[in-house]
Unconditional design. Structure first.
Length: 255
């Protein structure tokens, strides 16, 4: 059985379907497009998959079909995985967040070497783009925004971490402060592995969202889908001020 699950969602120009066997077990996920931008995105995803497979202990198996310059399909073999609820809350998934951050460092730490820009996943998110073979083994999927030399190191990890705050009750100050202290710990871990650019030391949420807006071409028509861009100005200031206050990173401006 084949089920269409996404039809050009978020203006992506891509169709996404899932193939199940007779026992209703997921066998593969297929992305396809005959739109110029969709073909470009899927070609970028293939490049991202190759880049990731070279560096990750958990490999993604895939096949590409290019019928012409105006059509492409990408079939990715399904993994045995642990299901994570679609709407993750920060406070309930701190262990998973650390697993993701640790895996990010394992994959990206080969990219440091004094480079100003590193590889960009572009949509690293616990809400749909990370699978878990087990709770300590995340696998990063959905590489359509991949660019080999585009972002300061740490960007994707921060996006994954900070977007989860958006789904929490930001009016619960005690909960928010607890989550932000954990964010600070994750940033310290990234920094200890040389996987956090200094541009994110001060006001990390503002620095990250400024980068996205100034480089919106990396996401094209999909730029507006990102939760981190939906924080209000007051929320950004509050989050960054608290992180600046509790951070142990060298170079942080204390409030």
């Amino acid at each position: 059985m084949i089920a269409l699950i996404k039809n050009t969602k978020h203006f992506s120009h891509n169709y996404v379907s899932m193939t199940y066997n007779s026992s209703n077990i997921l066998m593969s996920i297929t992305k396809s497009s005959s739109h110029k931008e969709g073909v470009k995105d899927i070609n970028s995803e293939v490049q991202g998959l190759d880049w990731y497979n070279e560096r990750s202990s958990n490999k993604l198996s895939y096949e590409v079909c290019r019928v012409s310059e105006s059509y492409i399909s990408l079939r990715i073999k399904a993994l045995d995985k642990i299901e994570i609820p679609g709407m993750c809350s920060y406070s309930n998934y701190k262990d998973l967040i650390f697993s993701v951050v640790r895996h990010y460092c394992e994959v990206w730490n080969k990219e440091t070497n004094g480079k100003n820009a590193c590889a960009l996943h572009g949509d690293l998110s616990l809400v749909g783009n990370i699978l878990f073979v087990d709770l300590n083994s995340p696998v990063f999927i959905d590489w359509e925004h991949f660019d080999k030399n585009a972002a300061p190191i740490g960007f994707d990890a921060l996006n994954c971490i900070l977007e989860l705050l958006y789904y929490e009750d930001l009016n619960d100050i005690n909960l928010l402060h607890s989550n932000l202290r954990h964010v600070s710990e994750m940033m310290s871990f990234l920094d200890s592995k040389k996987c956090l650019d200094k541009v994110f030391y001060n006001s990390p949420l503002l620095s990250m969202t400024d980068f996205m807006r100034k480089n919106s071409h990396l996401w094209g028509s999909q730029i507006d889908k990102f939760p981190v861009l939906n924080f209000s100005k007051d929320q950004v200031v509050y989050i960054d001020n608290y992180l600046n206050k509790v951070s142990s990173l060298v170079g942080y401006e204390k409030c």
